[in-house]
Design a protein around this ligand. Structure first.
Ligand code: MN
Length: 255
């Protein structure tokens, strides 16, 4: 590592988001920051990558770029092209709204951190409940970033931190597993001004299954949740059984 760590900062709410600026302000003392963020809001794009169109990176001054793509595009392009070398840390956030439990599969904020992790770079995502205090989340992110820079992270592992909007007076950071979301899976069906039908997904406020000690539970109690994630999702315990399926013994002659 060079004398000053190189930190790539990104998000999914877009380059103009308040949470991004809060993260920049918080991490500034820790190293040389490079900001590569989507030009517009990319919430809930997961780890989508743009491989079938041109990508533009608009320089916005000192070590700052707005990319007309996804958070994953930003990390990919940042690491492989825009930064002078691979960063020592990828920091994604501060997202407006928590990314808890199953949210991590939809989240662009977490998607960016997964991309960083996949590139072998210590990475974390930080999200703040609606109407929360960006500066508070920023201070937490700064502590987390400093410790990651000091300790590193196991290869293939990233961290996901969630901050409540109203921290309990005696709040703690609780290391917690992912919980379970209850998305209620509502669909709004309406007519557009031209008389054509359209649908809107996720129109109802989401909830969670009360599992004690889960990340959802921790944040609901006014504590900060910290979760280690591993994008390697093979269900190893099912592979042995799967080998007994007829499908697994199909050959050319059985078709
Ligand atoms: Mn977002």
């Amino acid at each position: 590592m060079a004398d000053r760590p190189l930190i790539l900062v990104t998000n999914d709410d877009g380059i103009h988001a308040r949470g991004l600026q809060a993260l920049i302000d918080a991490l500034e003392p820790l190293g040389d920051l490079w900001v590569v963020a989507p030009e517009v809001n990319q919430t809930a794009v997961g780890r989508a990558i743009s491989i079938n169109r041109a990508l533009r990176a608009h320089p916005l001054g000192n070590r700052r770029f707005a990319v007309d793509g996804t958070p994953t595009d930003c990390v990919y392009l940042g690491v492989c092209e825009l930064l002078p070398r691979a960063p020592d840390l990828v920091a994604s956030g501060i997202n407006r709204g928590n990314n808890l439990a199953d949210d991590v599969f939809y989240s662009g904020t977490v998607g960016a951190a997964i991309e960083g992790c996949a590139m072998g770079i210590p990475s974390f995502a930080v999200s703040l409940e609606y109407n929360g205090d960006d500066a508070f989340a920023g201070r937490l992110a700064s502590h987390l970033a400093a410790e990651i820079l000091e300790r590193g992270l196991p290869r293939g592992t990233l961290l996901n931190m969630n901050v409540p909007c109203q921290a309990a007076p005696d709040w703690r950071v609780r290391v917690a597993p992912l919980g379970k979301r209850d998305y209620r899976r509502a669909v709004e069906r309406r007519e557009d001004p031209r008389g054509r039908l359209y649908y809107w997904l996720g129109s109802k406020p989401i909830s969670y299954v009360p599992i004690e000690g889960s990340d959802c539970d921790v944040v609901a109690r006014g504590d900060v949740s910290l979760t280690a994630l591993r994008p390697e999702i093979t269900a190893h315990d099912s592979l042995t059984h799967l080998k007994t399926w007829r499908m697994a013994s199909l050959t050319q002659s059985s078709l």
